[in-house]
Design a protein around this ligand. Structure first.
Ligand code: HEM
Ligand SMILES: *[C@@H]1O[C@H](CO)[C@@H](O)[C@H](O)[C@H]1NC(C)=O
Ligand SMILES: *[C@@H]1O[C@H](CO)[C@@H](O)[C@H](O)[C@H]1NC(C)=O
Length: 466
């Protein structure tokens, strides 16, 4: 009986929201028609289909049926999916001003509403320059010795354990590198406080946004407030010391707009948490995939490139140099191919700020627009035998706008050079000094929320001289 009641209620709410949404989805006035595709039942049909199967299978099945542009519903929002390089470029680069970033309100609140990726226009441009400045080659080349120290100490700590969850360990690594690029050398006390409170925010971020005592979301909201207190302390101390550092905090503190206005403490805090957030899970997921690919294809490890550097550096007794990290062409191609294969950011979201026409199709104002990076990276027209892991395909540059692991246009990843640098450094030490084994079953993907190998790729690691 109760079951039937729930069913009826669910049906009614679905019907009501469908009717409600129909009123708000304005019927096209112009001659342009909506893209092909089926809208299904909002909140049901398409959404359930999306969640009950690999989302990428969902998108590519639709793309085979409808072509490069098609419409659908996700979580009650009408969407247009874009599966071609030209369409993605249209939205992210050439007509970027017509499409604004869009995130669920609960997530915006959790990270901080002033974080740059929620914004468009002058404020976005200003913040973006600051983040880019702190992640530019001139800024990050000075970080090589510190990143190296973090990588070596991470690897040694794994070697001391029986089995590690690769993804969890990579998250610690990318977090520490993030802290380094934001604050430079940060007091251990502050670092630990940030780490503990941030991990509570991280747990709550993807949980259901019910702000009731005891829920992960509620704890995360409280921890996010405590992060602001910790950051205020750090900022206060930094101001007293009057240091003109080139790290992100230094850039944010010294920034003045054309009227001579500085950023507020909240704007600074939101952008620091925003960058930590953008930097951690992304880099950690990619690193976890790289370890899997290296494990599946032992020949990759036999590459002479890293061994030669190891020997030049007096069997690892001398530090890696910036120049050496810029001259690892084989390893670099392994990273590019891993970024393509894993495509951990499978797609992104924008929202049309006005009615837009693309190739005769109408994208109505308010609809979500999703460039499908993963489908483009796995399209055989651009990458032959896309399912094969083949770093040599990057001996030739991919066609323009077909390879977008870091996005494209005004919101493309400002941290991409830092991400590649920390990956190169970790791989150098891993393959020259350690051997490792993946433990247990090796197939399967989990979404956390980016795709990573099942169970975070449990592995056991051992030093060669152990
Ligand atoms: C392998 C690791 C990484 C991948 C695959 C990645 C990927 C991306 C992608 C695809 C975007 C664009 C999203 C969109 O257009 O909606 C993006 C934006 C961003 N990334 Fe990364 N990222 C990585 C590492 C990092 C790191 C290490 C940092 C920090 C320094 C960072 C900071 C950012 C920021 C701040 C944005 C927003 C830029 C804006 O809105 O203007 N990312 N990232
Ligand atoms: C979080 O931050 C506060 C300071 O605001 C600190 O007292 C606390 O120990 C930190 N750690 C945890 C786990 O909450
Ligand atoms: C910005 O400037 C005001 C005074 O003009 C000052 O009180 C405030 O502390 C400054 N904020 C930062 C983040 O430097």
């Amino acid at each position: 009986m109760g079951g039937i009641l729930v069913y009826v209620l669910l049906f009614l709410t679905t019907l009501l929201s469908y009717l409600f949404l129909r009123k708000h989805i304005r019927e096209p006035q112009k001659r342009a028609k909506l893209p092909p595709g089926s809208m299904g039942w909002p909140y049901m049909g398409q959404t359930l289909q999306l969640y009950s199967q690999d989302p990428n299978v969902f998108f590519s099945t639709k793309q085979k049926r409808y072509g490069e542009i098609f419409k659908t519903h996700i979580l009650g929002c009408p969407c247009v999916m874009l599966g071609s390089p030209e369409a993605a470029r249209f939205v992210l680069v050439t007509q970027a001003h017509l499409f604004k970033p869009t995130y669920p309100k609960s997530k915006e609140k959790m990270i901080g509403p002033s974080a740059l990726f929620f914004h468009q226009g002058d404020y976005h441009t200003r913040l973006r320059k600051l983040v880019q400045g702190s992640c530019s080659p001139t800024a990050i080349r000075n970080l090589v010795p510190d990143i190296e120290a973090i990588a070596v100490s991470a690897l040694e700590s794994w070697a001391g354990q029986h089995v590690v969850n690769t993804f969890h360990e990579m998250k610690k690594f990318s977090f520490d590198v993030g802290i380094l690029s934001i604050f430079g050398h940060l007091d251990t006390y502050y670092r630990e406080e940030l780490k503990k409170n941030y991990s509570i925010v991280d747990k709550g971020y993807n949980s259901f946004p019910a702000n009731l005592p005891g829920t992960a979301y509620h704890n995360a909201v409280l921890a996010r407030k405590r992060l602001n207190d910790i950051l205020s302390g750090i900022i206060c101390e930094r101001k007293e010391k009057r240091l003109l550092e080139k790290d992100l905090l230094g850039c944010l503190l010294n920034s003045k707009d054309e009227k001579g206005q500085n950023l507020t403490d909240d704007q600074i805090a939101d952008n620091i948490i925003g960058v930590l957030f953008a930097a951690q899970d992304t880099t950690a997921s990619v690193l976890t995939w790289i370890l899997k690919y290296l494990h599946d294809d032992q020949e990759l490890l036999e590459s002479a490139e890293q061994k030669a550097i190891y020997e030049t550096n007096n069997i690892g007794n001398q530090p890696l140099t910036w120049a050496q990290t810029r001259n690892m062409p084989f390893t670099y191609r392994v990273i590019l191919e891993s970024l393509r294969m894993a495509s951990i950011i499978s797609f992104t979201f924008r929202e049309a700020v006005t009615d837009v026409e693309y190739k005769g199709y109408l994208i109505p104002k308010g609809w979500k627009v999703l460039p499908l990076f993963r489908n483009i990276h796995h399209n055989p027209d651009f990458f032959t035998d896309p399912q094969d892991f083949d770093p040599s395909r990057f001996e030739v540059s991919p066609k323009p706008n077909t390879f977008m692991p870091f996005g494209n246009g005004v919101h493309a990843c400002p941290g991409n050079e830092l991400a590649k640098l920390e990956i190169l450094i970790l791989i150098h030490h891993l393959v020259t000094k350690f051997k490792w084994e993946v433990v247990g079953s090796q197939s399967g993907i989990q979404y956390s929320p980016f795709p990573v190998p099942q169970h975070g790729l449990p592995a056991s690691i051992e030093g060669y001289d152990a």
